[in-house]
Design a protein around this ligand. Structure first.
Ligand code: GLU
Length: 294
């Protein structure tokens, strides 16, 4: 073996779908790019099932994901990590943030939140378009918060963004190779306000679980669609607060529909299994997902 190769750290890539529907070409693109990048550097390729949202994820979608990826010709390491089996890991990370005084409980219902009057204009909404939380939970006394929690009041746990930012000793950055010239990007978590890290119905959140798992699985390269790039700012912040390593990031271009919108399950994007049923071959699906023939 070439001695240079020996000393190089094996890179680890992952495709991390949520089993709340069938995969479409957008997912195929992401999975295939991950696998191609892993293959190009002799890296590892993992599949991770992000099924913490027990209200929306279903076991039959997990089986379908594996079947569709295998049809595309992908192969991944086993066993596959399913996030729903690891709530204890997310709890531990949450406890550390709580002990550091960075979390607060917020008790409002969805409709109460919707009824609040929010500031308007720039900086009033997060990058996903949700109005920034006005910080009501922080105005309750500690005694009142404890009383409500002890009484079993449903609540989310939010990150106190101002306190979290005050813990940083330098601006957060990350390496981005997906597009543009500047390799180093500055992360701006403040745009998200007091993000939810544990939801009412689920004792974690996408942001927390993804950061914990990427670290636990030794992921060195996060390759995903550009629609998730804004979330990287939160992920960088959580990595810094929890003392976790920073992967390299590669946010690839999305496949757009005829209206210029990204493909989405919710907007009725054609599932891979429907393509398959109408006779599309894996090689054709690969081309439709914008990848070069192998
Ligand atoms: N589970 C996320 C999704 O399906 C992707 C997570 C990630 O790649 O970081 O959108």
């Amino acid at each position: 073996m070439d001695p240079k190769e020996k000393s190089a750290v094996t890179r680890v890539f992952r495709f991390a779908p949520s089993p709340n529907g069938y995969l479409h070409l957008g997912h195929a693109r992401s999975a295939l790019i991950n696998q191609a990048m892993a293959a190009a550097c002799g890296g590892r390729f993992l599949l991770r099932i992000e099924d913490t949202d027990v209200t929306r994820c279903r076991p039959e979608f997990i089986a379908a994901i594996e079947e569709d990826l295998a049809w595309l010709g992908l192969d991944w390491e086993k066993p596959v990590r399913r996030q729903s089996e690891h709530f204890a890991d997310y709890r531990m990370a949450l406890d550390r943030l709580d002990q550091a005084g960075l979390l607060f409980a917020s008790f409002e219902s969805r409709s109460e939140l919707a009824a609040l009057s929010y500031a308007s204009g720039e900086g009033a909404r997060d990058p996903d378009g949700t109005p920034l939380y006005p910080g009501l939970g922080k105005t309750l006394s500690l005694a009142e918060r404890r009383r409500r929690i002890a009484a079993g009041a449903p609540h989310a746990l939010r990150l106190d963004m101002a306190k979290a930012l005050a813990r940083l000793d330098r601006p957060l950055t990350y390496g981005e190779s997906g597009y543009g010239d500047a390799e180093t990007r500055v992360a701006r978590p403040e745009l998200w306000g007091d993000v939810v890290l544990a939801r009412k119905e689920v004792p974690t959140s996408y942001h927390l679980s993804v950061v914990v798992d990427d670290a636990l699985q030794g992921v060195t390269d996060v390759v995903r669609g550009r629609d998730l790039e804004a979330a990287t700012a939160i992920h960088r912040l959580l990595q810094a607060l929890l003392g976790l390593p920073t992967p390299r990031y590669h946010h690839h271009a999305l496949i757009l529909d005829a209206q210029g919108k990204k493909l989405a399950k919710s907007a009725g994007a054609e599932p891979l299994r429907a393509l398959r049923r109408r006779g599309v071959t894996p090689a054709e699906a690969r081309a439709m997902a914008g990848l070069e023939p192998v």
